[in-house]
Design a protein around this ligand. Structure first.
Ligand code: ADP
Length: 382
């Protein structure tokens, strides 16, 4: 089924008018936070707080308009009202993070970056698109670094599909003894924070730019991370505005791109590289996931068409190739079952691969810290 485009959705929404103002909701700038995933569409309609009660028919009409488009499976539209300016109130534990003020246009990214005391380095694990195993790699990478004796945390910034609670095998809600700061959850010796701990799994979440910033900053600043060598941030897939906002708002020591070999030209990965370049985040390297196939029955290795594309591309782009991870049912079952392979089968080849990648990342970070790292490459989009 053809993917519905943002443009088609916005065109459909232009047919919905604001009854109080003689124009449609798109041209009035009321639609925001449009997110489309596998035909599931979500967006927010911003209204004045005092009109919220009366505009339910507009919300419904907007949902119906989008639902009528080919390729749409579900639509969630919510009415939102911008919080009046003022000091940001603390979210009590158990509630989703609240929106924070948007960054001033043209502000230097540095000025927005929250400080996370006690955390030595924050690294992002990103991908050009979803489903490439970014979260799986992020969690095994974090556990691999922890296995080497380092103090590690994982921040699940994949606000559209938080998977860390499941992959880390953690349930429940983080405690907040003082009502201000959240204590991160912990398993396998790794601290973990995810929006998934704060809202129910089936709650549709609508994120606007300022909210993304607010949620992320809260998970950095209002969480008692303690002393960490590395905080691994599992980014949302893709290279859109939300991702750029995050790359900009977190003081990142470096970024890792996860890619599959199928897409030999790795255009998506290249976009990812380009995004981090734009905000001056050094690229630590590329990991090829689902690189080749390990047959679950006989253990036989089968090459996948275009295996090695990521390595070749990394070389071409002048960034480090950090390693390849096979498509292996054991990786899937363990990470989806909350016992990632690095901890559940540490002597397996796959666990060793992840640990080797983790060591490489650690060495790169150490080299950068001492100034021995190379200058960031220049990315050319062809
Ligand atoms: P992303 O974060 O890129 O959306 P996930 O990490 O959630 O992707 O992975 C998507 C699915 O693919 C999950 O079910 C995961 O267990 C599986 N998966 C990821 N990497 C591998 C791998 N190397 N071998 C087998 N399955 C994998």
């Amino acid at each position: 089924m053809a993917q519905v485009s943002d443009q088609e959705i916005l065109e459909a929404l232009k047919g919905v008018r604001d009854p109080d103002r003689d124009a449609d909701i798109v041209n009035l700038g009321m639609v925001s936070g449009l997110a489309v995933k596998d035909g599931n569409v979500a967006f927010a309609i911003e209204v004045d707080p005092e009109r919220g009660d009366r505009l339910e028919p507009v919300r419904k009409a907007a949902e119906d308009a989008v639902m009528g488009l080919a390729g749409v499976v579900s639509v969630s539209a919510v009415l939102t009202a911008e919080r009046p300016p003022g000091p940001a109130p603390q979210s009590p534990p158990g509630q989703a993070a609240r929106p924070a003020p948007a960054p001033a246009a043209g502000a230097e990214p540095e000025a927005q970056k929250p400080l996370v005391p006690g955390v030595d380095a924050i690294i992002a694990v990103a991908s050009g698109k979803g489903g490439v195993g970014k979260s799986t790699v992020a969690v095994n990478l974090a556990l691999g670094m922890a296995a080497a004796g380092h103090k590690i945390g994982v921040l699940d910034a994949d606000i559209y599909g938080p998977s860390m609670p499941r992959m880390m095998g953690i349930s429940g809600r983080p405690a907040s003894p003082d009502g201000k700061v959240l204590i991160p959850m912990e398993n396998y010796g790794v601290k973990c924070m995810s929006i998934g701990f704060l809202v129910a799994e089936d709650t549709p979440m609508i994120w606007r730019g300022p909210m993304v910033m607010g949620a992320l900053q809260q998970m950095l600043r209002d969480v008692k991370w303690g002393e960490l060598d590395v905080l691994v941030v599992d980014m949302p897939p893709g290279t859109g505005d939300a991702q750029l906002t995050m790359a900009q708002s977190v003081p990142l020591a470096g970024a890792i791109l996860v890619s599959t070999p199928q897409d030999i030209a790795l255009l998506d990965a290249r976009r990812g590289l380009n995004m981090f370049q734009r905000v001056n985040v050094p690229i630590l390297g590329i990991i090829e996931n689902m690189s080749y196939f390990n047959c679950p029955n006989c253990g036989h290795r089968t090459e996948i068409f275009s295996h090695g594309g990521a390595r070749a591309e990394a070389e071409k782009l002048g960034v480090d190739f950090l390693g390849e991870v096979p498509l292996d049912v054991a990786i899937r079952e363990t990470s989806d079952g909350g016992r990632p392979i690095v901890v559940s089968d540490p002597e397996s080849d796959n666990a060793k691969r992840f640990r080797a990648i983790a060591d490489k990342v650690w060495d790169l970070l150490a080299a950068r810290k001492t100034g021995a790292g190379k200058a960031p490459p220049r990315i050319v989009i062809q």
